[in-house]
Design a protein around this ligand. Structure first.
Ligand code: AMO
Length: 432
C-alpha cells in the first residue's frame, strides 16, 4: 500500500504516510507548503529549511504541480490547514513527476469544454466534483444489486455477441465473428426473457449494450450500461410497483451514503412516495392543456420537450419529477411487447427530471402470438433463434431496462449524458 491513511483520516500528534497529487505549492522562502490531494481530500505538508534535509527541501521546492508524491512524517495540529492537521515530512518521494504545462486545468478555475475534458478524461476526473459523479454511479450499482438480492432476483451474464438485433431498427453494430456476421448486443432482452423458460423466475443483469445511434444528442451514447430485470408476472402494475420500490430504496440510501457527493452539487434527493402513472393518451391531453407548441406533441409518442413538460407537470402536481407513462401504441414498440387491444401495448417508460430513464413492459409469452408480432414488424421469425424457447412452456413475464448513465446524469442535474460516462462512445469518439 502506498499510504497508511487517506488525508481525511490523518490525526494530529502521530505519524502518517500519505500519497497523492501535488495540488498546490506555496514557496515563502524558508517554508514550502504543498497541498496533497488524494481520493478523499487534501492535506498540507510543510517543509522548513534547516529542519529537513537540504535535498528534500529542494525537491519539494521544484516539484511540479500534479506530480504524484509520497510523504511520511509527524502530524501536527494546525487550525489554519485544511482538516486542521498538517504533516511535517521526514521523507518525500516524487513517484511520478508531472510534465508542464498540464494539457487540462484540473484546479477547477478554468472551464474547459466537454470535448477537451473527455479527451483528457483521467486528468479531468482529478477534480473532486467530477470524481464524485463516478462515486455516485458506483453506489447506484451497489444499491441496485442490494435491492435485487433482497427481492430474490438472480444475477445473470448474457452474451454480448449475438446473432440478432434485439431492438430492431438499424441501430446495431455488425461485427465479424470468424467467417460469420454477428452483432454487438443492443440489449440483453431476448436472453433475460428466454432464461425464464428454465424455471428461474426473477433475473437481473448489469452490463454494457451497444447502439449504433448516429444522433448527436445530449442523451444518446453508442455504448451504455443497461440495468435490466425480468420477472414472471401477468400484470404491468407489478413491474411499475417493483421499479417504484427500487427508486425509493436507491434515493433513500443515496441521501445517506453519498451525502458528500450530493453536497458538492447542492442536492438533496427527493424520495418519490408514489410515482404518478399516466397513459400516453392522458399525458398528451395534459400537454395539450399546457399549450405546448404543436410540433412538440406526437400522438403516438413523447418528444424530448414533451418529456420535460410532463416531468415538470408531475413535479408541480405530485411533488415528484418521476412519472410513469404507459400504453404506447404497439407500432412504436418492439415485437416482444404484449399487445393491449388492437392498437396499444402493455408497455411503459419512466421519466425522471425531464428524461426517459427506463422502458419496459409485459412481454408476449405465447409462441404463436409472438411469431405473429415478429411478422407484424416485417421481420422474418427465422431471424430470432430465441423463439424456440417459447414453445415448451414459458411463464408470463415482464421487465424493464434502466440506463445507468442517464440516471446518474439526471440525479446530478448534469447537462449531457457523456458527463456521467467514464469513456463515452459516440459517432465521433473512440478514445480514450
Ligand atoms: P430501450 O431501448 O428503451 O429499451 O432502452 C432502455 C433504457 O436504456 C437507456 N438508453 C440509452 N442510454 C444512453 N444512450 C442510448 N443510446 C440509449 N438507449 C437507451 C434509456 C432507456 O430508457 N429491451 C428494452 C427494455 C425492456 O423492455 O426491458 C430496451 O432496451 O435510459
Amino acid at each position: 500500500m502506498l499510504r497508511t491513511e487517506f488525508s481525511s483520516d490523518v490525526k494530529p500528534e502521530t505519524k502518517a504516510t500519505i500519497a497523492g497529487f501535488v495540488q498546490d505549492k506555496r514557496d515563502v522562502g524558508k517554508l514550502i507548503f504543498l497541498v496533497i490531494r488524494d481520493q478523499k481530500g487534501v492535506i498540507q505538508a510543510t517543509f522548513k529549511k534547516g529542519e529537513i534535509n537540504e535535498d528534500v527541501f529542494t525537491a519539494a521546492k521544484k516539484v511540479p504541480k500534479e506530480s504524484f508524491v509520497k510523504i511520511s512524517g509527524k502530524t501536527i495540529k494546525n487550525d489554519r490547514a485544511p482538516n486542521k492537521v498538517e504533516i511535517k515530512p521526514d521523507t518525500f518521494e516524487i513517484l511520478s513527476r508531472a510534465e508542464t504545462p498540464l494539457p487540462l486545468d484540473v484546479s477547477g478555475t478554468i472551464d474547459s469544454n466537454l470535448d477537451k475534458r473527455l479527451d483528457w478524461r483521467f486528468l479531468d476526473i482529478r477534480q473532486p466534483k467530477i470524481m464524485a459523479v463516478f462515486k455516485l454511479q458506483s453506489e447506484i450499482i451497489n444499491l441496485l444489486n442490494e435491492f435485487m438480492v433482497k427481492n430474490e432476483f438472480l444475477r445473470i451474464f448474457s452474451s454480448r455477441i449475438t446473432g440478432a438485433a434485439t431492438e430492431g431498427g438499424t441501430e446495431y453494430f455488425p461485427i465479424m465473428y470468424f467467417n460469420k456476421e454477428a452483432f454487438l448486443a443492443q440489449s440483453p432482452q431476448l436472453y433475460k426473457e428466454s432464461v425464464l423458460a428454465s424455471g428461474i423466475d426473477r433475473v437481473y443483469e448489469i452490463g454494457f449494450v451497444y447502439r449504433a445511434e448516429p444522433h448527436h444528442t445530449t442523451r444518446h451514447l453508442c455504448e451504455y450500461v443497461s440495468f435490466d430485470f425480468e420477472m414472471t408476472t401477468q400484470d404491468l402494475s407489478e413491474i411499475l410497483d417493483m421499479e417504484e420500490k427500487m427508486m425509493q430504496y436507491i434515493f433513500t440510501e443515496l441521501n445517506k451514503r453519498c451525502k458528500e457527493v450530493l453536497d458538492l452539487y447542492g442536492i438533496t434527493l427527493e424520495v418519490p412516495k408514489k410515482i404518478p402513472r399516466l397513459t400516453l393518451a392522458e399525458a398528451n391531453e395534459i400537454l395539450k392543456k399546457e399549450k405546448l407548441d404543436k410540433e412538440f406533441i406526437e400522438e403516438n409518442d413523447l418528444t424530448p420537450e414533451g418529456e420535460r413538460k410532463i416531468s415538470a407537470w408531475a413535479e408541480k402536481n405530485h411533488g415528484t419529477s418521476f412519472v410513469f407513462i404507459t400504453h404506447f401504441p404497439f407500432a412504436k414498440k418492439p415485437f416482444y411487447i404484449m399487445r393491449d387491444g388492437k392498437q396499444l401495448s402493455s408497455s411503459f417508460d419512466l421519466l425522471y427530471n425531464g428524461l426517459e430513464i427506463t422502458s419496459g413492459g409485459i412481454r408476449e409469452h405465447d409462441y404463436d402470438a409472438r411469431v405473429n408480432n415478429v411478422k407484424a414488424k416485417g421481420i422474418d421469425p427465422k431471424t430470432f433463434d430465441h423463439l424456440r424457447f417459447f414453445k415448451y412452456g414459458m411463464p408470463p413475464h415482464g421487465g424493464l431496462a434502466l440506463g445507468i448513465e442517464r440516471l446518474t446524469e439526471k440525479i446530478l442535474n448534469l447537462d449531457n449524458v457523456r458527463e456521467a460516462t467514464l469513456t463515452p462512445r459516440d459517432p465521433e469518439r473512440l478514445k480514450p
